[in-house]
Design a protein around this ligand. Structure first.
Ligand SMILES: NC(=O)c1ccc[n+]([C@@H]2O[C@H](COP(=O)([O-])OP(=O)(O)OC[C@H]3O[C@@H](n4cnc5c(N)ncnc54)[C@H](O)[C@@H]3O)[C@@H](O)[C@H]2O)c1
Length: 694
C-alpha cells in the first residue's frame, strides 16, 4: 500500500486500483484528502496493472462533507473542483463505494466518479443549504443531470439526504451492495471493464435536463411550493438559480454560474450566521465543568407524572426512542384521557403517512399508566409535569424521594419555579434537575436543562446524553426566573405591551417581528398559547396589565376561544385585526394618560429586540448561561428565532454592540433605567468586541 498523503492511500488489488480515504471521524474533505484523491487517481492511471479504480473510505462513513474548519480561510490547492475534474477525466473507470453518508462535497466527489455503488444503509445528500450556502463543487450542475431537475431541486433546496434504495431508484447509485461493500465495488469495477461499459461523465449528460427544457415554468412552480418554508432565506433561491443554470447553460458555464451564486451566499450575513449556528449547536452540548468521561446513569425506564399537555408530549419523545414510560395521574379518567391523546396523536401521524402502524404499535406497547405513585419506584428517571404550583411540586418531590430507587434522576418540567427549592424538598438534591420541554413537547426541538446549585455532574451528563437520544437539542442553564428562554421572552413581551400602549397596534408589532423572520409576533403567539395562562399567573402574583387583562376578562383567550388580540374565523388560524381590541387599547392608553403617537418599524424592532440582547448579557454576567451561543440555540430551537440571524446574541454582534449600546443609552434617557445597558454589554461595546469573542 502506498501512502499518497497521511489521509489517503493507494493500492492495486488485482486489476483494480483502490484509493482509500482515512480521515476520521467523517472523512471530511480536508486538504490532505483532496491531495490524496487526486494523487491516487494519477497513480492508478499510471499503474499499468490496473484497468479500473474504486474510491472507498475507512471508518463509519464515506466522505460526509467539506472540512468546515477550512471555511473562511485562504483556499488551499487543489480545490475540490480540481479533484472532481481529475476523477471525471480519468482514463480508467472510477467507482465510488459509499457507506454511511455521502454528503455535500462527499456526494459531489461521488458524482465525479463514473459509477456509484452503495450499501443498503447509506444515505446521500447535499445539505449545504442548511449552512446558508449551496453545493459549490458542481453538485448543482451534476445532480440534475443524473436525477432530473425536480428531484435535484428537492434535494438541494431541502438539504435532506435520501436513502440508498431511493438513490438507486432515481439513478443516483448504480448498485446496492449485497454483502461487503468493498468486495461489491471491486466486482462492479471489474464488471464495468469486462462488459466494456462507457466511462460515463455526468457533465456530458443532458438527457435528464430535457423535461425542464420542455417546461421552463417548473422553476417558478417549485419556488411557490417552498415559499412558506424558505421565507426570507437567501440560499434556497440561489440553489434554484444554480439548478436552472444547469438547464440553460453549457456545463462549464453552469459551473461558473454556480460559483458566483455560491460566493454571493458565502459572503453574506445569512450563511455566516448559519455556519455560526452550526457550531453553536454542537458547543451547547458541552458543559465546561462536566468532563467528557463523566459516568452516566443507564436510562431504561421513565416515569412521567401528569398526563396533561406537557406530560403526554414528553412521553412520546421517550416512546419514540424506545424507552418504556409509566404515566402517573391522580385519577383514572385523567389518566385515560392523557393516554388516549397520545394514541390519537400517533394515529394522526400514521394517517398522514409520517409513521408506520408498526412503529405506532411499538410505541404504544412501551406505554403504561397508573394512578399509584408507588408504581414508579423502579424507574431510572422521573419527569414531573403537574400543575405549576410550588407547594404541590414540593409535596410530589418529597414523595418521589421516599418512593424512587436510589440513583434515579428526579426532573421537573417547571417553567417558572425555583428548582433549587424543589431539590431541597428531597434528601437527594444532587439528583434533581430541570428538564424544561417546550410545547408541543413532541415537536419542539429544544430541551432547556436547568442545573441547580447541587445537581451532580453525572445527572447533568446523563441528561445531556438523554436529550440526544430522544431527539432534542439541549442547552444547560442555571436557575433564575424564567430560566434563559422565558426570561428573555419577558423582556420582549414587556416592550410589545408598552408599544401598543404608546401608539402601535398588535398587528404592527407582529408584522415587524414576522418580517424580521420570527414565525409570529408576540400577540399572535399569545393567542396561540392562550392568553389565560399569563392572566392566571398575573392574578396569582397580584399584578395587572391593563390591555391583556381587559382582553382576558372578555373571555378572549386566543385561538381556542375564537378571539384574543385578533379574531379567528371558525376553523381558521388566520389572525384578523379586531376593532374591539383597538378600542380596548385606545381606552387603556387614555386611562394611563398616554398621548398615542406614530411608532416607526425601526423603533418597534429595536425596542422588542435590544432588551432581549441586554438581558442575554445579564444572563451571561450572572453565569446562568455558559456561552452567548447557548442563548442563541435556545432562541432558535425554542422560539423560532430565524437561524439566518443566528440568534439574538449573534444578531447583537451583527448589528454591532457599540450600536446596540448607543441605542440602549438613548432609550434609557427617554424611558428610564429599564434600558440601562448591562455592564458586560457596555464593556464589550467600549472595547469594540462581540459576544462571540468572550
Ligand atoms: N403548557 C406549556 O406550554 C408548558 C411549557 C413548558 C413547561 N410547562 C410546565 O409543565 C407543567 C405541566 O404543564 P401542563 O401545561 O402540561 O399542565 P396540564 O394542566 O395540562 O397538566 C397537568 C396534569 O397534571 C396532573 N396532575 C396534577 N397533580 C398531579 C399529581 N399530584 N400526580 C399526578 N398527576 C397530577 C393533572 O391531572 C393534569 O392532567 C407545569 O409545570 C408547566 O409550568 C408547561
Amino acid at each position: 500500500m502506498t501512502a499518497i498523503t497521511d489521509l489517503v492511500s493507494y493500492e492495486a488489488e488485482g486489476s483494480v486500483g483502490v484509493i482509500t480515504i482515512n480521515n476520521p471521524p467523517v472523512n471530511a474533505l480536508s486538504v490532505g484528502v483532496r491531495v490524496g484523491i487526486k494523487g491516487g487517481i494519477e497513480a492508478a492511471n499510471a499503474d499499468g496493472s490496473v484497468t479500473s479504480i474504486i474510491l472507498v473510505c475507512e471508518g463509519r462513513t464515506f466522505i460526509a462533507g467539506a472540512d468546515i474548519t477550512e471555511f473562511g480561510k485562504p483556499p488551499q490547492s487543489p480545490s475540490l473542483h480540481e479533484v472532481i475534474g481529475a476523477i471525471e477525466i480519468s482514463n480508467k473507470p472510477v467507482v465510488a463505494a459509499i457507506h454511511g453518508t455521502a454528503l455535500g462535497g462527499g456526494l459531489e466527489t461521488a458524482l465525479g466518479c463514473h459509477y456509484r455503488v452503495a450499501n443498503a444503509k447509506a444515505k446521500v445528500g447535499l445539505p449545504e443549504v442548511k449552512l446558508g450556502i449551496l453545493p459549490g463543487a458542481g453538485g448543482t450542475q451534476r445532480l440534475p443531470r443524473v436525477v432530473g431537475v425536480p428531484m435535484a431541486l428537492q434535494m438541494i433546496t431541502s438539504g435532506t439526504p435520501i436513502g440508498a434504495k431511493k438513490a438507486l431508484e432515481v439513478g443516483l447509485v448504480d448498485e446496492i451492495a449485497d454483502g461487503d461493500l468493498k468486495a461489491c465495488a471491486l466486482a462492479f469495477a471489474q464488471k464495468v471493464v469486462a462488459e466494456g461499459r462507457p466511462l460515463v461523465k455526468i457533465s456530458d449528460r443532458d438527457d435528464k435536463l430535457q423535461e425542464a427544457r420542455d417546461n421552463p415554468g417548473m422553476f417558478d412552480e417549485f419556488r411557490k411550493s417552498i415559499a412558506r418554508k424558505s421565507r426570507n432565506f437567501e440560499a434556497p433561491e440561489n440553489c434554484i438559480k444554480a439548478v436552472q443554470a444547469s438547464v440553460d447553460l453549457p456545463f462549464p458555464e453552469g459551473l461558473k454560474r454556480e460559483r458566483e451564486l455560491f460566493m454571493e451566499l458565502m459572503q453574506g450575513e445569512q450563511s455566516f450566521s448559519q455556519r455560526y449556528f452550526f457550531f453553536a449547536e454542537r458547543q451547547a452540548a458541552k458543559i465546561p465543568d462536566v468532563p467528557k468521561d463523566t459516568p452516566l446513569i443507564d436510562i431504561n425506564l421513565a416515569g412521567i407524572i401528569g398526563a396533561g399537555t406537557m406530560g403526554g408530549g414528553i412521553a412520546m419523545n421517550f416512546l419514540q426512542a424506545g424507552i418504556p414510560v409509566i404515566m402517573v395521574e391522580t385519577a383514572q379518567d385523567a389518566l385515560d384521557r392523557g393516554m388516549a391523546l397520545i394514541e390519537k396523536n400517533y394515529a394522526a401521524t400514521v394517517s398522514k403517512g409520517r409513521m408506520s402502524q408498526d412503529a405506532m404499535d411499538k410505541c404504544m406497547s412501551l406505554l403504561s399508566g397508573t394512578i399509584n405513585l408507588e408504581d414508579i419506584k423502579d424507574v431510572d428517571i422521573v419527569i414531573e409535569a403537574i400543575f405549576e404550583n410550588m407547594d404541590v411540586k414540593k409535596e410530589i418531590f418529597g414523595k418521589l424521594d421516599a418512593i424512587c430507587k436510589q440513583g434515579a434522576i428526579l426532573a421537573t418540567n417547571t417553567s417558572t419555579l425555583d428548582i433549587d427549592e424543589i431539590g431541597e424538598a428531597t434528601s437527594r438534591p444532587e439528583y434533581v434537575i430541570g428538564l424544561h420541554f417546550f410545547s408541543p413537547a413532541n415537536v419542539m426541538k429544544l430541551l432547556e436543562e436547568v442545573r441547580t446549585k447541587k445537581t451532580s455532574k453525572t445527572v447533568m451528563a446523563t441528561c445531556m446524553a438523554l436529550a440526544k437520544r430522544i431527539g432534542k437539542i439541549p442547552a444547560m442553564v442555571g436557575v433564575c426566573e424564567g430560566f434563559v428562554g422565558n426570561r428573555i421572552l419577558h423582556r420582549r413581551t414587556e416592550q410589545a405591551t408598552q408599544l401598543i400602549m404608546e401608539g402601535a397596534l398588535p398587528q404592527d408589532v407582529d408584522r415587524v417581528l414576522f418580517d424580521f423572520g420570527l414565525p409570529m409576533g408576540p400577540f399572535a403567539m399569545g393567542d396561540l398559547a392562550g392568553n389565560d395562562v399569563g392572566w392566571r399567573i398575573r392574578q396569582g402574583k397580584g399584578v395587572t396589565s391593563p390591555i391583556a387583562d381587559a382582553i382576558c376578562e372578555l373571555g378572549r383567550f386566543g385561538q381556542k376561544t375564537g378571539s384574543g388580540y385578533y379574531l379567528y374565523k371558525e376553523g381558521s388560524r388566520a389572525a384578523i385585526p379586531d376593532p374591539i381590541v383597538e378600542d380596548i387599547i385606545m381606552k387603556a392608553s387614555k386611562e394611563a394618560g398616554i398621548v398615542r403617537r406614530e411608532i416607526s418599524d425601526k423603533e418597534i424592532l429595536e425596542r422588542c429586540v435590544y432588551p432581549m440582547i441586554n438581558e442575554g448579557a445579564k444572563i451571561l454576567e450572572e453565569g446562568i448561561a455558559t456561552r452567548a451561543s447557548d442563548i442563541d440555540v435556545i432562541w432558535v430551537y425554542g422560539y423560532g428565532w430565524p437561524v439566518y440571524r443566528g440568534g439574538p446574541m449573534r444578531y447583537g454582534d451583527f448589528v454591532g454592540l457599540d450600536k446596540v449600546y448607543a441605542s440602549l443609552l438613548e432609550y434609557q434617557e427617554k424611558y428610564g433605567d429599564y434600558w440601562k445597558p448591562a455592564p458586560l454589554l457596555e464593556k464589550l461595546a467600549k472595547e469594540g468586541k462581540t459576544f462571540a469573542e468572550i
